[in-house]
Design a protein around this ligand. Structure first.
Ligand code: AQP
Length: 333
């Protein structure tokens, strides 16, 4: 009996330089998943413009992100790598799904509330519609699973609600996706405000460790990480700074947080921070070298993205035709 492979969808926005949170919460996990599933991995540039972007920088970051994907180990022979805006069905399906999504649901989304506060001068329709576009992304490819960090769980849940609602109204059409959230590395917090998640668009560069940071910068940022003053390395709710560093160490070594706690029992905060910084920098160094090598060959990246967009388009077109028929759009045949 031939078992059908499960389908996986995920994406990252080219909205800033990638952080170690994007890596451990997302891209790194995609690499193992491409062996087992049919994976679609997008560069979510349509999501990115829901906050102001410099157009030239957005284009540049799109290629850089593609190079990071490849450098982290995504293999275009094993998965579909593409740029979201090159597959028009994302926008088209969003419009249909908008018509079965309620404004109140979108206003209650945590990311919408956070980003509305952060970008109070630009609370645009796209920002509020972000989860519907994300639902369209996922549902277009009939994804079974969506690997995400904790921050995106709510959006996968709303995608499930929208899929079920459509299926109830128009008959069985979409597969209902499930989020995959790994135990370690799925919620890396800011180094400066450890109760807030690390975000690539954070204005304080010391709050984030970027994938592109060199060893000295990584160590300097960890040395400056906000902790507490009791000098005890333990994972607990009242020690968000130290807990975050333990979580990062665990995510970069494959150890559990308990093992990390044990390894540093009795160590002072200063030495602990340097050790975490060195561990992270050593993992990043070979990925950075590979990313630079790949980025130098724009033609190679362009070829991969073109082929990826064609494959994604084929799958997306199939779903959208079905949707258009179900909702009663005139198709001319
Ligand atoms: N701090 C984090 N820890 C673990 N996972 C994280 N992710 C993001 N931050 C962390 C995961 O990375 C994937 C891509 O995220 P995205 O670019 O689509 O949007 P985001 O979640 O809004 O990420 P950022 O870094 O915070 O971007 P900006 O600042 O532009 O909004 C997702 O799977 C996410 O869970």
């Amino acid at each position: 009996m031939i078992m059908e492979r499960k389908i996986m969808y995920s994406a990252v926005q080219p909205s800033g330089n990638l952080t170690i949170g994007n890596y451990t919460g997302s891209i790194r996990n995609w690499v193992t998943m491409q062996e087992e599933y049919d994976c679609f991995y997008a560069i979510a540039n349509m999501h990115a413009i829901t906050v102001k972007q410099d157009p030239a920088l957005l284009r540049k970051r799109t290629l850089e992100l593609a190079a990071w994907y490849l450098a982290c180990g995504l293999d275009p022979e094993k998965c579909v790598l593409y740029v979201q805006s090159q597959v028009p069905q994302h926008a088209e399906l969003t419009w249909v799904l908008n018509s079965i999504t309620y404004v109140g649901e979108m206003q209650r989304m945590t990311q919408f509330k956070d980003k509305s506060q952060k970008h109070a001068d630009n609370i645009n329709m796209g920002l509020m519609d972000y989860p519907v576009l994300m639902a369209a992304d996922i549902l277009l490819y009939m994804a079974d699973y969506v690997p995400v960090g904790v921050d995106q769980k709510q959006h996968v849940e709303i995608a499930r609600d929208i899929a079920l609602r459509f299926n109830n109204r128009y008959s069985e059409t979409f597969r209902v996706p499930e989020p995959i959230i790994l135990k370690t590395g799925s919620k890396i917090m800011s180094l400066q405000e450890p109760t807030k998640k690390m975000s690539k668009s954070d204005e304080n560069p010391n709050a984030c460790v970027f994938l592109a940071d060199d060893k000295d910068t990584v160590i300097r940022k960890f040395k400056r990480a906000v902790t507490d003053s009791d000098n005890k390395i333990a994972f607990s709710e009242d020690k968000p700074g130290i807990s975050n560093l333990l979580g990062i160490y665990a995510a970069f070594t494959g150890k559990t947080v308990e093992e990390a706690e044990k390894a540093f029992a009795g160590t002072g905060y200063g030495d602990f921070k340097v050790a975490v910084g060195e561990t992270v920098a050593d993992v990043l160094a070979p990925i950075q070298a590979e990313q630079a090598r790949i980025l130098a060959d724009k033609e190679y990246i362009g070829g991969i993205l073109k082929a990826g967009a064609e494959r994604a388009y084929k799958a997306a077109r199939k779903t959208l035709s079905k949707v258009y028929r179900k909702v009663g759009f005139y198709t001319g045949d």
